[in-house]
Write a protein of this length. Sequence first.
Length: 270
Amino acid sequence: MKNAPSAETCAAFARDGAVVLRGLFADHVAALRAGVAANLAAPGPHAAENTVDGEAGRFFDDYVNWHRIPAFEAAARDPRIAGAAAALMASDRVQLFHDHVLVKEPGTSRPTPWHQDGPYYFVCGRQTVSFWVPLDPVEEATLRLVAGSHLWDKPVLPTRWLSEEAFFPGDYRPVPDPDAEGMTVLEWPMAPGDAVAFSFDTLHGARGNEARSRRRAFSLRFVGDDARVVARPGATSPPFPGHGMAPGDRLREDWFPTVWPVPVAKTANG
């Protein structure tokens, strides 16, 4: 595969839980910007506004819109992107889990809180990867990730972003303050179309957007060979109501399509 992640990059991903891939989504930036505009104009059922009354700016997010926004599905099915996911996960097979849009308007002081994605999901496994892709240049409002946190022996408490209440009960590690605790935080200035790749279990967050321009980010989440459905003590995020799967199942392919290996198109003769 052309421009596949190098062996060194894959090793860094396994070690740190996060790497930057320059220009991976460069061919999709214009289409994704249009897709985000369509998403903002017509939010889906999971859309959220992540600021409180009287707080400056706007922090919008929404997910699971690839079915209705063609640019999102096109990026997920791009062989270069899906193949990069396969290489990083060391997986023979890649399924799309979901897409995610996050927009911080200028002057939005609210940060994205520190969290791991995995504890919110009904799927678990070591072979997972998210791509976080800025559609605007970012310096201060880029993604921040704690190196090696995907290997911690206990997951971090999932919380609700505004109230900071626990999303689920359970035996979790308290949400840390990586800066105060001297953890190694990875972050990169990024151009539109660059991508940070990180494990579902990597602790991450982002500062507010104090710049004079908006910060649009698009994310794709993929799972690999060892991903299985897991039971949670409540509705997950995303919830995927009525999915009909049981703990231990692979994700159903009619809801979570296989994008690698690239499916072979069927002809009229089969």
